[in-house]
Unconditional design. Structure first.
Length: 345
């Protein structure tokens, strides 16, 4: 009987030990499981971001789940729309504006392994000079054109060529277009009158409001030239549409998509870890290959034609104009009002 009792006691002890172990493991698992919510741009961008950032990041961080949320602008963030977000992806000017409004957490060098590999233009700073965003992709704003209809443009002023009157498209209320026209007309922030005079003379097929609008216009021959992105141009060219892209002699505008940490995020360390991961060479090569976005990490090595098609390398990055948004912000409302007056027909 004693032997039987001891046997039952051992079995019972093992069952209790197993239960405690399972409970402990379950508790550990629940404490390490975290969801990181990241706002994004939608469409093809989300597909590529998921492929080269989200999935590899989750694989390297067991228990972490990254959820992509719809695009969230500064206005919505200011109204509390970022309360459920950890990371926001925005254009450079929006990251900087959000930082100036106190909506983002500052970023520090010792928090990022890739910090020292990034081009200077990859850092998005507020008006005090502190960094609040890092740029994960570079693009160029220049001239897209139909090589079957017009000669390769060399200057921003070619958009005013009388031979293509009414066959041009420009973005509506878009500061990069104003900055390029400023450069081409030798205007300045203090004297923008040459810019407004130039727009009064410009005959366009459309001042478009959606970044995708030129696709249909080029396909239907509604336009032969437009101010547009390099990446979107080459994507359209790959589909068979006769189109090409050039950075005019005045330079182009460096387009930057940035990532920032929402100030009220409860997962700030993990959010910064994700941003750091998005700056790694493998992720940035993926964006160059699939979306024609240039790498912001100077250690990235690209091969073949892609080198010429994206913003790649120190010389090409420095060739482009990087807008000083903190200087532009106080003038932005006035500039856009003047633009509306100049383009009103």
């Amino acid at each position: 009987m004693l032997h039987l009792w001891r046997k039952k006691f051992v079995v019972l002890s093992l069952l209790i030990l197993a239960f405690v172990s399972i409970t402990a493991c379950a508790g550990t698992k629940s404490s390490t499981n975290k969801e990181l919510v990241v706002s994004s741009f939608g469409g093809k961008y989300d597909e590529v971001f998921t492929k080269y950032v989200v999935k590899p990041f989750e694989a390297k961080n067991p228990g972490v789940k990254v959820k992509l949320a719809p695009y969230t602008g500064v206005a919505k963030m200011s109204q509390g729309g970022s309360s459920s977000l950890d990371v926001v992806q925005l254009d450079d000017f929006d990251i900087i504006e959000a930082a100036n409004k106190g909506l983002l957490q500052s970023l520090k060098k010792d928090e990022f392994s890739t910090w020292g590999q990034l081009y200077p233009q990859a850092f998005l700073n507020d008006k005090s000079g502190k960094t609040y965003g890092l740029t994960n992709v570079f693009g160029a704003w220049g001239i897209a054109y139909n090589p079957q209809k017009v000669k390769k443009p060399t200057s921003w002023n070619d958009l005013w060529n009388p031979t293509i009157k009414g066959k041009v498209a420009m973005m509506s209320q878009w500061i990069p277009d104003l900055l390029m026209t400023q450069k081409a007309t030798h205007a300045s922030n203090e004297n923008m009158q040459p810019v407004w005079d130039a727009f009064k003379k410009l005959s366009v097929a459309q001042y478009y409001q959606s970044f995708s609008a030129p696709e249909a216009l080029f396909k239907t021959n509604g336009i032969v030239m437009a101010s547009w992105f390099d990446g979107r141009t080459y994507t359209l060219k790959q589909s068979g549409t006769p189109i090409d892209f050039v950075i005019p002699k005045e330079g182009g505008i460096l387009i930057r998509s940035g990532m920032g940490v929402v100030k009220k995020s409860k997962n700030q360390a993990l959010a910064k870890k994700l941003i750091d991961f998005a700056m790694n060479p493998d992720a940035q090569k993926g964006f160059a290959k699939e979306l024609y976005y240039g790498p912001t990490n100077s250690s990235v090595k690209l091969e073949g034609n892609i080198q010429q098609q994206v913003v790649y390398g120190k010389d090409k990055v420095n060739q482009l104009i990087t807008p000083d948004w903190n200087t532009i912000f106080p003038k932005r409302e006035e500039w856009l009002q003047k633009w509306q007056e100049a383009t009103a027909k």
